[in-house]
Ligand binder design. Structure first.
Ligand SMILES: NC(=O)c1ccc[n+]([C@@H]2O[C@H](COP(=O)([O-])OP(=O)(O)OC[C@H]3O[C@@H](n4cnc5c(N)ncnc54)[C@H](OP(=O)(O)O)[C@@H]3O)[C@@H](O)[C@H]2O)c1
Length: 508
């Protein structure tokens, strides 16, 4: 891999959690792999007063706590934090950008780094357009002397209207080519591997359609609750936080047509076509096609955990969903009639993200199967943890007769001893430095995803009759979500069993 050209990275909101927990460990990892530019510096910005020394020691702490890279001598980490500095500014105040501009040009001159700048908005989303406006006013968005790239964190709006408004405001100031919207799922090695599995192997693509696939299931489960982010989460919920971005992006990659090349717009055009083909869920169909839930207090492995409404920052009568499951269809030639099921939730029994392709059964059942083995072939693409791929198929049980047993053929990335799976932020930051936007969400993709989600948001907001189901922490969500998977004996794939001591489900 080649080194990017010289540049300076400016992070707004550098006093926050994301910078120390994710961004600095990722940038340091690039340093360890010699993938940072020859001339490179990071400038952190925020209202919090830090000296350069304070900021460096805070970032060092973040790297030591969260980085997987080993730097036993500590030489590289000290060299790395030497490239960090901090500007105490209020990112919302236009006048503060004069100070930032002076400091930025001074740093560029000192380093002889040229004038390529990346601006990372690691602040609350309400500030994105203000920061872009202030940078534009200060002449820092102008690309005549070098590139100016803007990284934006999710959420990209709260609904269709605000998502479009954010895009509109940004486009008044900068071009779409300058914008890199981070959906960190796209930075995950195994999400990218969906493309390789599909389009590098001749055996899968001929089967990848309505003729051979019975249904597609995508699960993104977290075992933790809202932790310290109750305040943020209560105004967001699983539909906005996970479905509109991460899950629909995974649907796009799983269902897209082969792109003509790996050029960024080629791939994003195909993802867009999938999202444009999603059959809209009408308000009247929301109760039948979309199940929402909220975790309740329970005992997991002998430990009491509080219900969502008892979490810090959460309203005691909150109706924010911590679980959502959706059944939908993609109206195109490849997928006509094939149901897609997606689900995501907090406080489920385990942390797992996987895509499960359920192939159709054989037309004639010759053999006796073990109980519960109704669907013999599944391809499971495990996004996290234990990244890899698993193929489930039937084989003969040794002995008399023709009893059939379902077995696994699997590959785990961890078995590649000499390969380290890079973190999503590491890959994405490197791509921005290289100017490759393939793994970033484009404006039209984001808006089309909001269009799909909007009728669900509206139905929930307008119809108090639509239920929100409670589910005990440590279980796989409300049992009614099983009803989404129609047909005799079909069920979600459960990567592990309920952990809650009480398996009861209730209606909130
Ligand atoms: N943390 C994560 O793991 C994660 C994951 C995915 C996406 N994100 C997104 O990444 C962004 C940053 O996340 P974070 O967890 O680091 O956020 P954060 O801690 O809430 O905010 C980051 C910084 O923004 C500044 N800020 C906050 N409110 C402000 C205001 N009203 N005016 C001016 N500055 C303000 C603060 O710095 P000063 O007070 O020093 O100015 C704060 O340290 C958010 O948009 C979040 O949704 C975060």
């Amino acid at each position: 891999m080649e080194k990017p050209g010289n540049l300076i990275l400016v992070i707004f909101g550098a006093s926050g959690d994301l910078t120390s927990r994710k961004l600095m460990p990722a940038i340091f990892s690039l340093k360890m792999q010699k993938l940072l530019p020859e001339k490179f510096a990071v400038i952190g910005c925020g209202r919090t007063e830090f000296s350069d020394t304070d900021f460096r020691s805070r970032m060092k702490e973040g790297i030591l706590s969260f980085s997987e890279e080993k730097d036993p001598e500590g030489f590289l980490i000290d060299e790395f934090i030497g490239s960090l500095s901090y500007f105490s500014i209020d990112s919302t105040k236009a006048s503060d950008y004069i100070k930032l501009k002076e400091g930025l040009y001074k740093k560029a001159k000192e380093l002889d780094a040229g004038e390529n700048f990346i601006f990372y908005m690691a602040t609350p989303p309400s500030m994105y357009s203000k920061i872009a406006e202030n940078l534009h006013r200060a002449g820092l968005a102008d690309q005549s002397a070098g590139f100016r790239r803007f990284i934006i964190e999710k959420p990209f709006g709260y609904d269709l209207g605000s998502g479009m408004e954010l895009n509109r405001k940004l486009h008044e100031l900068i071009t779409e080519e300058q914008i890199y919207r981070i959906d960190h799922y796209l930075g995950k090695e195994t999400v990218q591997n969906v493309l390789v599995t599909r389009f590098a192997n001749g055996i899968f693509e001929p089967l990848w359609n309505r003729n051979y696939i019975h249904r597609v299931e995508i699960t993104s489960a977290e075992s933790i609750g809202v932790e310290e982010r109750g305040g943020y989460y209560d105004s967001s919920g699983a539909l906005r936080d996970m479905v509109q971005n991460h899950l629909l992006q995974m649907v796009g990659l799983t269902a897209m047509e082969p792109p003509s090349s790996l050029e960024s717009n080629s791939i994003r055009n195909e993802v867009l076509k999938v999202l444009q083909s999603l059959q809209p869920i009408q308000a009247a169909d929301v109760p039948g096609q979309v199940i929402r839930g909220q975790y309740t207090g329970s005992t997991i492995r002998g430990k009491c955990v509080p219900g969502y409404r008892y979490e810090k920052g959460v309203a005691e009568d909150s109706r924010t969903e911590t679980y959502v499951a959706i059944k939908f269809f993609i109206n195109n030639w490849r997928w006509g009639g094939v149901p897609f099921y997606i689900r995501t939730g907090k406080r489920l029994p385990t942390r797992v993200t996987e895509i499960v392709i359920h192939f159709k059964k054989t037309p004639h059942h010759l053999f006796q199967r073990e109980v519960g083995n109704l669907n013999s072939n599944q391809l499971i693409i495990r996004i996290q943890p234990d990244e890899g791929i698993l193929m489930k198929f039937d084989m003969k049980e040794p002995g008399a007769g023709f009893n059939v047993k379902n077995v696994n053929m699997d590959f785990h990335y961890k078995d590649l001893a000499d390969v380290r799976v890079p973190s999503a932020y590491e890959r994405l930051l490197y791509d921005v430095m290289m100017g490759d936007s393939t793994l970033f969400s484009r404006d039209d993709v984001v808006e089309t995803a909001w269009k799909f989600v909007e009728p669900i948001q509206k139905a929930w907001a307008n119809d108090p009759e639509i239920k929100i189901y409670g589910y005990p922490s440590g279980t796989w969500g409300p049992s009614v979500s099983n009803d989404l998977i129609e047909g005799c004996g079909l069920a979600w794939r459960y990567p592990c069993k309920n952990l809650s001591d009480d398996g009861l489900y209730c209606e909130l």
